[in-house]
Design a protein. Structure first.
Length: 367
């Protein structure tokens, strides 16, 4: 079995590893195989990268014959035992189950139960459309962030190179196999800043400023919107904008703006216990029976769920679940919910922090 180690080198990461785990306990891993299923293919290369301070260390083990597969597994798991967090790209779907199945095949006592696992693909793929990526392949993300690879092969193309290497080993073939795996490892380090988009939706943002503003819509109507200026948890590597449900997000660096339409109209608040209310058709409101009992019977009816409301003209903000109460609706069957933008609320920074997270959740859910 061939072991390849590279000269330790300073490596400046553009993403804080401590957001993921203790940096000294993190091991980046990538495997190379001759196929997609452990039963019908061979594992021939495992590469690992880790940090000691700001110094990057890289090590690779390559089976030079098919019979060295078990030795490759033993060597990797013995080395990985001192780490607690494995970072990979699409490893939940491929690398981890593949290695586990190989261990079962050779009756090896290893498992991943004691490791925390972070799959970069799994973290970023839900936000592919938010970032406007054509797909979530590692090479695509590398190119999005401005990185180009040295190796010209894909993993599938290297299967034939390895099969030829087993019968006719050459330095050129070995270097090509090692280079591709090394580029996969370095690529994972380079694309870590893509997690800044994951952090938008999964880490707290800070609301720096909140203001109401007037604007003119496409029909020439004057309308209002709420603008929240945000400080993001992690600087974005590439600026991004997105919209959904009338809300608009724009982020650049470590700042962003979140714009939400303000509704100025009469909305209804529906009482829950409608059996305790009378509906007054002439006033178009419901009153509690303790009060409406004095109203002439000719001018009142038993309230129904759809008529048990009071009306109020005010400024409102949309919400997609009852985050703030009381909540208002346009009519009983309406799915749209609103809460009143009161003078008290305008002074409540914690409320806007909560609301910013709510709107971001809606943007995320609409992707």
């Amino acid at each position: 079995m061939h072991t390849e180690t590279y000269m330790p080198q300073p490596f400046l990461l553009d993403y804080p590893l401590e957001k993921l785990a203790d940096p000294s306990q993190i091991l980046f891993i990538d495997i190379e195989t001759t196929g997609f299923t452990a039963k019908n293919s061979f594992l021939y290369l495992i590469g690992c990268a880790y940090f000691e301070g700001n110094t990057l260390h890289t090590i690779q083990w390559m089976a030079e014959t098919y019979e060295q597969e078990k030795e490759l597994l033993d060597t990797f798991f013995s080395f990985a035992a001192r780490f607690r967090c494995l970072i990979h790209f699409n490893g939940n779907n491929f690398d981890i189950p593949y290695l586990q199945q190989k261990c079962i095949r050779y009756a090896l006592p290893y498992s991943f139960d004691d490791f925390e696992g972070i799959d970069l693909y799994k973290r970023i793929s839900p936000y592919k459309f938010f970032i406007k990526l054509p797909n979530c392949k590692q090479k695509t993300i590398e190119q999005y962030l401005g990185y180009e690879r040295e190796d010209a092969y894909t993993g599938s193309e290297l299967v034939g190179v390895y099969q030829e290497y087993v019968t006719n080993p050459t330095e050129l073939a070995k270097d090509s196999l090692l280079l591709h795996n090394q580029e996969d490892l370095l690529g994972m380090l380079r694309i870590l800043p893509i997690l800044a988009y994951y952090d938008i939706f999964n880490s707290p943002v800070k609301v720096k400023k909140v203001q109401a503003s007037y604007y003119t819509d496409y029909a020439g109507r004057k309308k209002q919107e709420l603008i929240m200026k945000l400080t993001l948890p992690t600087p974005l590597p590439v600026s991004v904008s997105s919209s959904a449900n009338g809300c608009y997000f724009k982020g650049e660096g470590d700042t962003a703006s979140l714009r939400v339409p303000i509704v100025e109209e009469e909305l209804k608040y529906f009482y829950a216990n409608y059996k305790d209310y009378y509906y007054l058709p002439e006033e178009d409101i419901a009153l509690h029976k303790s009060v409406a009992g004095f109203v002439d019977k000719a001018h009142r009816t038993q309230a129904a769920a759809a008529t048990c409301y009071t009306r109020k003209y005010s400024l409102y903000l949309p919400q997609w679940e009852p985050l703030f109460t009381p909540f208002f609706k346009r009519d009983y069957k309406s799915k749209e919910l609103f809460f009143e933008l009161t003078e008290e609320l305008k002074k409540d920074k914690s409320a806007f922090l909560l609301y910013a997270g709510h709107v971001l959740d809606i943007l995320s859910a609409s992707l």
